[in-house]
Design a protein around this ligand. Structure first.
Ligand code: F6R
Length: 240
């Protein structure tokens, strides 16, 4: 992987946003892989300042994951988050931006349907990734198969505690999610993994330099030919 160490998250956002704008100019119907959580927010903010005059009407996007059983209208459903942080501020066409269907009614086919939709779009051009403190990418927790495709997973206690800040209590954080698999993520043409802060240092070191192992799902990026890792000093602090 190419590792870029930046002074702060805003700089990281600017670098990745520039890359995305260049991609959209080259390919107006580019397919973006969208992460949620805190990490990608500087990218979305930087895009906001750069997208003026760029035709984004054809841009397509696929979120990495969604909570299972959370009302899509709940402010912390990833559908809501993507709408609020990405689709609305950037003026994307909501019909071209998909999130996995986390409703209990649709769950049986949701994984297959999502894979088919990604396939039909011709695959993801640029996949934005964060990384969990436990090394997860998407919501592929430790132990996830590198061949996995979009499916329902159980969130670890640690991830639910990490994400409790978005809810009133940890008990409100859903226990299950539907996430692109590691195999799905690895099919994107360019992976851009971002991480900020000391809390991500171990996960970043494991992902970039550790043994390639299912115990640290992020290490799967080492199997991909085109990966850019953008981290601040604190997140880079355990790299050799
Ligand atoms: C989000 C996702 C997760 C997060 C990870 C880090 O769509 O798939 O892998 O990227 O949990 O979360 P933050 O960025 O909130 O620290």
């Amino acid at each position: 992987a190419e590792v870029v160490i930046v002074p702060d998250a805003a700089r990281a956002g600017a670098i990745v946003a520039d890359e995305i704008v260049a991609l959209i100019r080259r390919r107006p119907d580019a397919v973006l892989g969208l992460a949620t959580g805190s990490t990608p927010l500087p990218v979305y903010e930087a895009l906001h300042g750069r997208i003026d005059g760029v035709d984004v009407s054809q841009v397509r996007g696929f979120a990495l994951d969604e909570y299972v059983g959370l009302d899509p209208a709940h402010p912390e459903s990833y559908r809501s988050v993507i709408t609020r942080e990405v689709v609305e501020p950037l003026g994307l066409d909501p019909d071209r931006i998909r999130t996995p269907d986390g409703s209990l009614a649709g769950i049986e086919h949701a994984g297959e349907d999502y894979e088919a939709a990604i396939e039909a779009a011709g695959g993801v051009d640029l996949q934005i990734l964060g990384v969990g403190t436990d090394g997860h990418i998407g919501f592929n927790e430790p132990g996830s198969s590198f061949a996995s495709r979009t499916r329902v997973k159980t969130l670890t206690r640690r991830t639910r505690e990490d994400n409790a800040r978005f809810f009133d209590t940890v008990d409100e954080v859903p226990r299950h999610c539907i996430t692109q698999g590691i195999g799905t993520i690895l099919r994107a043409r360019h992976l851009v993994l971002l991480a900020f802060g000391e809390g991500k240092a171990a996960a970043v070191a494991g992902a970039v330099e550790g043994p390639v192992t299912a115990s640290l799902p992020g290490s799967a990026i080492q199997l991909h030919p085109h990966v850019t890792v953008v981290v601040d000093e604190a997140a880079a602090s355990r790299l050799e």
